[in-house]
Design a protein around this ligand. Structure first.
Ligand SMILES: [Zn+2]
Length: 264
């Protein structure tokens, strides 16, 4: 995504939050949906009538539509013609905020209107589809963290779990999205966030235990050669098994692109 796209998405989010008159977090997604006059409903993946309604729009058979949705693990959809967001009824409640914000992202970025339903996951170029998803995620993050508001709050804190957790509580967001936002949109210093695949997930599906590797801009500039394969064993040495899962704190040294060493 280029800088112009970032700026454009941020401008749209800023305008929306200003219009709504919200100054302090959390931003309630139901309020955003109501403000934009979007319809919101739930669908049951096993309900054939939902797919009957959808297949006309997707120009596919109901059976095929269901297959497409299941294949891409779709949790929600924005239907441009009806200006309606539908969420999978089985989606756990803590995920609603992010997923709704993501669909609002598709609604806010004007170019998405032409692609989401003109094509399906099968016919749309996968790279282009991935780009639309990234843009919607960028918009969802800007929205849930209220753009610069989170950055201002985060700059007042020292980077540690306790502070990230209190920002998570303040913004009513998930731990993962708060960690990502903190690393990417706060202090101008090398920081790296790693989210691992939960141990209960089938590991054969994910070759690496690393689910998200999130470097800050400064980290990318100074440690461009560092990969998750190098970091994960170092983290593993710092943690021990506890009842709720592995925990631990620790320090280790990694070399930057010029061979200098830094504590982490
Ligand atoms: Zn999407």
């Amino acid at each position: 995504m280029d800088q112009q796209t970032h700026d454009d998405i941020e401008k749209r989010v800023r305008r929306l939050i200003k219009e709504m008159g919200v100054r302090e977090p959390p931003l309630n997604m139901a309020d955003v949906v109501a403000h934009l006059e979007i319809d919101q409903s739930f669908y049951d993946i096993n309900d054939p009538t939902f797919f009957d309604g959808l297949r006309h729009k997707m120009k596919l058979g109901a059976f095929k539509v269901k297959g497409v949705l299941q294949k891409v693990g779709m949790q929600a959809l924005w239907l441009p013609q009806e200006d309606r967001i539908v969420l999978d009824a089985a989606l756990p409640k803590p995920k609603h905020k992010w997923v709704t914000a993501h669909e609002i992202g598709h609604r806010l970025i004007p170019t998405h209107r032409h692609f989401l339903f003109g094509d399906t996951a099968e016919t749309l170029d996968p790279e282009y589809h991935e780009m639309l998803e990234q843009e919607a995620n960028y918009c969802a993050s800007a929205l849930t963290f209220m753009g610069k508001k989170f950055t201002i709050d985060a700059l007042d804190t020292l980077p540690c779990w306790e502070n990230i957790h209190s920002l998570q509580t303040r913004y009513e967001t998930s731990a993962t999205s708060t960690l990502r936002r903190y690393v990417e949109h706060s202090h101008n210093r090398p920081m790296l966030g790693i989210v691992s695949t939960p141990p209960w997930k089938n590991e054969t599906e994910h070759k690496s235990r690393c689910r998200y590797f999130v470097p800050s801009r400064q980290f990318k500039l100074r440690f461009s050669k560092i990969s998750s394969d190098e970091i994960l064993p170092l983290i593993k040495d710092c943690v021990h098994r506890a009842r709720g899962g592995p925990v631990g704190t620790g320090e280790f040294i990694i070399g930057d692109d010029w061979g200098k060493h830094t504590n982490s």
